[in-house]
Design a protein around this ligand. Structure first.
Ligand code: ZN
Length: 132
């Protein structure tokens, strides 16, 4: 049930962000990334998130899910490289002994806010007066 853990992390980040916002700002999009080795897909994560935020102040926030890169090192040529999906062959020497040296499961990249237009309802009526 990794998707729930990830969603909990997103909600925590959203709550923190919300505390710092003024009333003129509204959270629009949460940008997150998951590991390609994670059992959670962007689709299931978005679905779980939508269910979790239903009826909360966070309902309607869009979830943008990206894929994290993996750090892999080849034992034959000793080269390290970053890939966005699991690989079983070194792109350099085609060696097949690869070690996973870096993996992050989930990150909240950023939270995008939108500023509401200012001064609505304060329109000046001076210019509207007509002369006869
Ligand atoms: Zn290699």
């Amino acid at each position: 049930m990794h998707d729930l853990t990830f969603c909990q992390e997103i909600l925590t980040a959203l709550s923190e962000k919300r505390k710092k916002l003024t009333k003129n700002h509204k959270i629009k999009v949460a940008h997150v990334s998951i590991s390609p080795l994670s059992h959670v897909t962007p689709e299931t994560l978005r679905e779980t998130f939508a269910v979790m935020v239903k009826g909360t102040p966070f309902a309607g926030i869009k979830l943008n899910v990206g894929i994290l890169q993996l750090g892999i090192k080849c034992e034959s040529c000793k080269k390290g490289f970053m890939v966005d999906k699991p690989t079983f062959e070194c792109p350099e020497c085609h060696g097949q002994v690869l070690n996973l040296i870096y993996q992050k499961e989930f990150v909240v990249d950023s939270i995008e806010t939108d500023k509401r237009p200012k001064g609505t309802g304060k329109r000046s009526k001076k210019a509207v007066t007509k002369r006869r």
